[in-house]
Design a protein around this ligand. Structure first.
Ligand SMILES: CC(C)(COP(=O)(O)OP(=O)(O)OC[C@H]1O[C@@H](n2cnc3c(N)ncnc32)[C@H](O)[C@@H]1OP(=O)(O)O)[C@@H](O)C(=O)NCCC(=O)NCCS
Length: 427
């Protein structure tokens, strides 16, 4: 609860669009998933759920002896099929409404009963002829009535959207549910598009879970992993529409809550901005930096700094921030007249070591030193001599340090002195 509470605050009042894969509707874990979704409304999230129907439609078409034809990821829907699509969609929607009605009766966090609403939110037009094939009653989205959805969300209602659209000519069209969820998220300028799917989060070509991607990385992976191509294409499209984050999460029990209420999540995150930020610290970062430094100061690895001293020197620090939390920090203290700079207070959260954060920070501090016209950097360390040596630092005598720094040397700590020439060709 302690770890989750900052996320509860952060999510309150934000709009999340959830795509619920049709596979999940028949899944025995659906009841838990629906409870988790109503929990989100309980903490103040404005929730839109767009559900898929592909397996339900497949089942009905097979029973009727009708064979599907596909053009890319779109099914060709003729008039005979459309009635099966309508039936499958209605049955799926009712199944979900039943589960939501049950879950809202439980009323997580003592919230008011949740109303499930729907409506003529989506205007569609025929997808037309693609690659020489007429897709008939398969449609594409023409307009989404964001105003109507928003007004429902303002009343804490849950908007449940089925993948059907109405045309101005009075016809109905079958829509791809994931495309629809993406467009809805974009139109609503949602904070998150959450793709809940049976296939799970994204894995790379070696089968390893991909935890986070920038838009550019998602586009590259889209080419390399055809199985996830449609979901990645939609994730990129959502980011382009201005959705801040797209989460791709599997249907295992608790995966959605882990994704939304823990720092590392459980699925794949595709974000509009690089997920890890490396930047100059501001006064807002003092608390996070102290949390990193204090345990290391207590064990004697780093020299103690008071909050006051840190506040006055805050702009000397660079921090790495992951999802709002400070996971690494370090500082540069310039001795301008000696063209030297001291690297100090480098610390990486113990959970995040060996991910390259330390190295990236050191490189950024050295870059800053070069920007200030400094020729050398040096460090006094008791525990990380080898680490600095691996980053090009050489053991040196105390006398090589700026006079002012020599005067402050603590003989009791007996730190080792290491220096690095930032411009080796000049020596
Ligand atoms: C030293 C420290 C900043 C490295 O951060 P990091 O993000 O883990 O560093 P990187 O991911 O860039 O590098 C990891 C590599 O350095 C090695 N390494 C980490 N700490 C080391 C140390 N104290 N001595 C020698 N090597 C070390 C790791 O074993 C790893 O190498 P490997 O994967 O080949 O085993 C981090 O361990 C830390 O915060 N330590 C406590 C504070 C400290 O000693 N600060 C330095 C004094 S200013």
């Amino acid at each position: 609860m302690r770890d989750a509470s900052p996320y509860m605050r952060a999510h309150r009042g934000h709009t999340f669009v959830v795509y619920l894969d049709g596979e999940l509707v028949a899944n025995p874990r659906l009841a838990h998933l629906i409870q988790d979704l109503t929990l989100l409304i309980g903490i103040g999230v404005k929730l839109v759920v767009v559900h898929g129907t592909r397996p339900q439609v497949d089942l009905r078409l097979r029973a009727a002896g009708l064979e599907s034809q596909w053009v890319g990821h779109l099914r060709v829907t003729d008039s005979a099929m459309l009635s099966h699509v309508k039936e499958a969609t209605a049955a799926t929607r009712y199944a979900l409404e039943t589960q939501f009605a049950h879950a809202t009766r439980i009323r997580p966090l003592g919230s008011a009963p949740i109303r499930i609403v729907g409506g003529n939110y989506v205007t569609a037009r025929p997808a037309g002829v693609i690659a020489g094939v007429d897709l008939q009653f398969t449609g594409e989205i023409r307009r989404i009535d964001a105003l109507m959805i928003t007004s429902h969300l303002e009343h804490s209602d849950l908007a449940l959207i089925s993948p059907l659209g109405y045309s101005s000519t009075g016809e109905m069209f079958s829509l791809n549910a994931l495309d629809l969820a993406t467009s809805v998220a974009g139109e609503l300028k949602a904070s998150k598009l959450i793709v809940l799917r049976h296939g799970g989060a994204i894995v790379d070509s070696t089968g390893r879970l991909v935890r986070q991607l920038t838009q550019r990385e998602a586009r590259e992976l889209q080419r390399a992993t055809p199985a996830s191509s449609q979901v990645l294409a939609n994730a990129v499209r959502a980011c382009q529409f201005g959705v801040e984050r797209v989460h791709i999460v599997d249907d295992s029990d608790g995966a959605l809550l882990l994704e939304l209420f823990t720092r590392d999540g459980s699925g794949t995150l595709i974000s509009n901005t690089p997920f890890d930020q490396l930047r100059t610290a501001t006064i807002e970062d003092v608390g996070g930096i102290l949390e990193l430094l204090e345990p290391l100061e207590a064990e004697g690895t780093l020299v103690k700094r008071s909050r006051e001293k840190l506040e006055t020197e805050i702009e000397r620090f660079i921090v790495v921030v992951r999802d709002g939390a400070t996971v690494a920090c370090g500082a540069l203290y310039p001795f301008q007249s000696e063209a030297a700079g001291e690297i100090a207070g480098i610390a990486v959260d113990s959970q995040y070591r060996r991910h390259g954060f330390g190295g990236a920070l050191l490189a950024a501090l050295e870059q800053r030193a070069m920007g200030l016209g400094l020729v050398n950097t040096f460090v006094l360390t008791t525990q990380a001599t080898h680490w600095f040596q691996e980053h090009g630092y050489l053991r040196a005598n105390l006398e090589t340090l700026p006079m002012q720094r020599q005067a402050l040397y603590n003989y009791q700590r007996n730190s080792q002195v290491l220096t690095k020439n930032l411009n080796p060709t000049s020596s």
